[in-house]
Design a protein around this ligand. Structure first.
Ligand code: PLP
Length: 408
């Protein structure tokens, strides 16, 4: 595209165009990215930045990973979409590889994370009505305050952020929200009509909120005792981010239903899945749910490569080891924080929250000027979640700049 005005930078021109012709449903930093490689992204002016958001953990494998790119190119030249009206050659291999990797007996292939959460809600309700024996139309799902599971009408209906709901009612019934991390609240909220407990192992959009040790373990026990499905949304926490393949492994449990998205395709395209046992996913019959693009051969080929890369290149171990290193170094910044601007540092794997007493946005803007892209979460939190391919030297480079900005 040609630069249109001599007075405006190309960056400003593009931002103005987007603001004029696009819906304002985001508040991005003023940077326009043109290309990327690994942990580095480059803007249209040729400036380089360390990506500390990784597209909300969708790019765990690093930007434009060559092996995933190869799989995409190879498959794109063969066939991209059949719809599920016919079988395609990639889907069976993908499903088998998911099963080998995760141990879950079945998977439903979908596109966005939100779509997979919606599907999980339908599956849990149908299981509740048809298998558990809850009277038709009475199934209840328990969720947690501070959750983020997406933006559809059903999902925002149980959001505790008023701005996510404002103006979008009427909402469907059947959800009950309890405090996050509170085992007794879960026990008390369950009724004979409860079909599922839907929860994030760590609340990502909520601000990287880590529940008390043992929470998920206890929640799994309570769900089991009450014949309630434990549905874990690992769309952001899963696939290596916390230093384990899945965050639930930190608590030695296995959920009944697992929801995946984001890094399932290494940032190349939207790919999500709901995984569960044959008994649970068996409630879904032809016509109950579907998607034109879900399970398409291009997505399956890309996801297969994205999973292989994650395992073969030991990215999960890297996340554990380098996450500890990064967290220690950021904690060291806090110990020297004379102005007391930092309220708390917390994290697991390469997923770190720097919670401030004041607003985080000016610090994210200052970090951008220093060559780091990070985004504020809930006004006061800077989220640090780089691709899992980041090196120790790159962490040192980032810590130097974080120190400068937080000290300024
Ligand atoms: N669930 C969780 C835990 C998420 O973090 C997100 C996105 O940030 C979603 C669901 C929604 O996924 P998507 O934006 O791909 O629809």
């Amino acid at each position: 595209m040609q630069q249109l005005s001599e007075n405006l930078s190309y960056t400003q021109e593009l931002i103005d165009l987007e603001n004029e012709f696009g819906v304002h449903n985001y508040h991005p930093l003023d940077v326009v990215i043109e290309r990327a490689e690994g942990v580095w992204v480059y803007d249209v002016e040729g400036r380089r930045y360390l990506d500390c958001l990784a597209a909300y953990s969708a790019v765990n494998q690093g930007h434009c990973h060559p092996k995933i790119l190869r799989a995409l190119m190879d498959q794109a030249g063969k066939i991209t979409l059949t719809s599920r009206a016919f079988h395609n050659e990639q889907l069976p291999h993908y499903l088998k590889e998911l099963n080998d990797l995760t141990g879950f007996e079945m998977a439903m292939p979908l596109n966005s994370g939100t779509e997979a959460v919606e599907a999980a809600i339908k599956i849990a309700r149908k299981w509740g009505h048809k298998i558990k024996g809850i009277p038709e139309g009475k199934a209840e799902i328990i969720v947690c305050d501070g959750n983020f599971h997406g933006r559809t009408i059903a999902i925002v209906s149980f959001s505790s952020s008023p701005e996510y709901r404002d103006g979008f009612g009427p909402f469907p019934a059947g959800f009950k929200s309890i405090p996050y991390g509170d085992v007794e609240a879960l026990r008390a909220a369950i009724t004979p009509n409860t079909c599922a407990f839907l929860v994030e192992p760590i609340q990502g959009e909520g601000g990287i909120i880590i529940p008390p040790d043992g929470y998920l373990h206890a929640a799994a026990e309570i769900c089991k005792q009450n014949n309630v499905l434990l549905v874990l949304d690992e769309i952001q926490s899963g696939l290596g981010r916390t230093g384990k393949l899945f965050c639930y492994e930190h608590e030695n449990i296995v959920p009944d239903v697992l929801i995946l998205g984001k890094a399932l395709a290494g940032g190349f395209m939207p790919v999500s899945a709901v995984l569960a046992s044959r008994e649970i996913l068996g409630v879904i019959q032809p016509g109950d749910h579907g998607s034109t693009f879900g399970g398409n051969p291009l997505a399956c080929a890309v996801a297969r490569a994205a999973l292989r890369v994650l395992i073969d290149e030991k990215m999960i171990d890297r996340a554990a080891e380098l996450g500890d290193y990064f967290l220690d170094r950021i904690r060291a910044i806090q110990s020297r924080d004379k102005r007391k601007i930092i309220k708390e540092i917390r994290g697991k794997g390469l997923w770190i929250a720097i919670e401030l007493h004041g607003m985080a946005r000016p610090y994210c803007e200052a970090l951008k000027e220093e060559g780091i892209l990070a985004k504020e979460t809930h006004d006061h939190i800077i989220r640090i979640a780089p691709p899992l391919t980041i090196t120790r030297d790159e962490i040192d480079w980032a810590v130097e700049r974080l120190t400068k900005v937080l000290d300024a």
